[in-house]
Write a new protein. Structure first.
Lengths: 218, 241
């Protein structure tokens, strides 16, 4: 499992792996929003939590098709499927690798973009914490979507159509944590829900994704 | 005699052949009856004549949810027992469900405009119906994207299972997110909250009509799918010969 994780991380960080693309996309998005809404601090601050969460979600979506597509093309996915490691484990490791290469840089960069979008300083820790708790669920659900669309020729658009509705609960609770943090309200309830979604996704989604992969590899 | 006999396409075709005219007639009578009876009801003292849209709105909304549940059951039967008719029925039901969701959203908007003064509000019920519609669209898109019919049935089945969990989760997440304008249960059995009998009975009839309409449509569409499969099999045999 660890060998697979290291292999995936290496592939992602080498040339053409698309590492950091998500963060760059996030930066562009954060730079575009003020052009659309206006540079006014009073206008930006209330929408900042939502924009940051939607931006993280879209940046995450951007690299989803890489989870399985490249391995499917060169045939290593078939080898992984016949390997002694259960396919559920493979899915979990690949989702983890996706989170480390996409989710983690986003979390580290988020406070900077928060400053760009005039997010109140009080909300910064909650933004980071909510992303830390929420983005693993995004990677997990994304791995499920990628597993379903892996065999399709034009799977990219379908992937986003399938995955984005699944992201809704995570987005609601994640943005709610940040919004409440900005207002100084109690954040415990949405935070607990967010953690619950992530834990449940980590526990159950690998089985669904592995089932989808087995169907596609038949 | 077990219900699984109907998993045999030939048996299914024969049975539904006899059943279908009755279903269509029943659906027509109940739908027209419910809607006309509903149209002749007196005006509500607060809502005026706009209350009559309820006879379209509530049955469509009910069916939008029930069709997804039916798809879930059919997908489970396909995944567990590999009955092709079940998978085809789930496929046939999805566009009907999507249209029902659209009817509920559209009639809701038309009703909401005079009553709430807005076509759309990010109310939990409205939002969860929009989300349900997105799930229907994704499900239909996946069916049309996968070429191999058995893989398509399997993949959409898995999507339906995961989607059901998340549709339900979204339903309660949006409750947390925003409190809305929509009233609670429309058909509460508690006295005092209950709708007046003048409106209730035409509504029941109209709901029955929508249910029969769905049954008739889903059977017709499933029969079409079975015939399409047979045609494809014949063509494949022709190609080989």
């Amino acid at each position: 499992m660890i060998a697979l994780l290291i292999r995936d991380l290496r592939l992602a960080t080498r040339a053409g792996g698309g590492f950091g693309l998500g963060v760059a996309f996030f930066l562009v998005l954060s730079a575009l929003v003020p052009f659309g809404i206006g540079p006014d601090r009073a206008a930006l601050a209330p929408v900042a939590p939502g924009i940051l969460w939607v931006g993280a979600l879209l940046a995450c979506l951007l690299s989803l098709d890489r989870i399985f597509a490249l391995d499917h093309e060169d045939g290593s996915l078939d080898l992984l499927a016949t390997a002694p490691l259960p396919l559920e484990g493979t899915v979990a490791v690949k989702a983890l690798a996706h989170w480390i290469t996409t989710g983690l840089p986003l979390i580290l960069a988020a406070p900077v973009f928060g400053v760009l979008l005039q997010l109140p300083p009080a909300a910064m820790p909650w933004l980071v914490l909510s992303l830390l708790l929420g983005t693993p669920a995004l990677s997990m659900l994304g791995a499920f979507g990628a597993a379903i669309t892996v065999g399709l020729r034009r799977g990219g658009l379908l992937l986003s159509l399938l995955v984005l509705p699944l992201y809704i609960p995570t987005l609601i609770f994640g943005a709610e944590v940040t919004r409440r943090g900005a207002e100084g309200a109690a954040v415990q309830t949405p935070l607990v829900f967010l953690a619950g979604i992530t834990l449940a996704a980590a526990a159950l989604i690998p089985f669904a994704a592995a089932a989808a992969l087995r169907i596609n590899l038949r | 005699m077990s219900i699984w006999e109907y998993a045999n396409p030939t048996k299914f075709m024969r049975t539904t052949d006899g059943l279908l005219p009755w279903l269509v007639a029943g659906a027509a009578v109940c739908c027209v009856g419910g809607l006309v009876w509903g149209f002749l009801t007196p005006q509500d003292f607060r809502q005026g004549s706009t209350v009559k849209i309820v006879f379209l709105h509530v049955p469509a909304a009910m069916m939008a949810i029930n069709i997804w549940v039916m798809m879930l059951v059919a997908s489970l039967i396909w995944i567990i027992r590999r009955h092709h008719v079940s998978a085809l029925a789930a496929k046939a039901a999805a566009p009907i469900g999507a249209v029902m969701t659209l009817i509920a959203l559209a009639t809701g908007a038309i009703w909401g405009q005079p009553m709430w003064g807005t076509w759309w509000e990010w109310d939990p019920r409205l939002t969860s119906f929009l989300i349900l519609f997105l799930f229907y669209v994704g499900y239909i898109a996946l069916w049309s994207a996968v070429e191999d019919p058995d893989s398509a049935a399997d993949l959409t089945g898995v999507l339906c299972l995961v989607g059901s969990v998340f549709a339900l989760l979204s339903r309660y997440a949006v409750l947390f997110w925003n409190q809305g304008l929509h009233q609670g249960a429309s058909l509460s059995v508690a006295p005092g909250e209950r709708m007046s009998a003048v409106y209730r009975y035409p509504l029941y009839l109209s709901m029955l009509g929508f249910m029969l309409l769905f049954l008739a449509l889903v059977l017709i569409r499933t029969r079409t799918e079975i015939r399409r499969r047979r045609l494809a099999a014949l063509q494949a045999r022709e190609m080989r010969a």
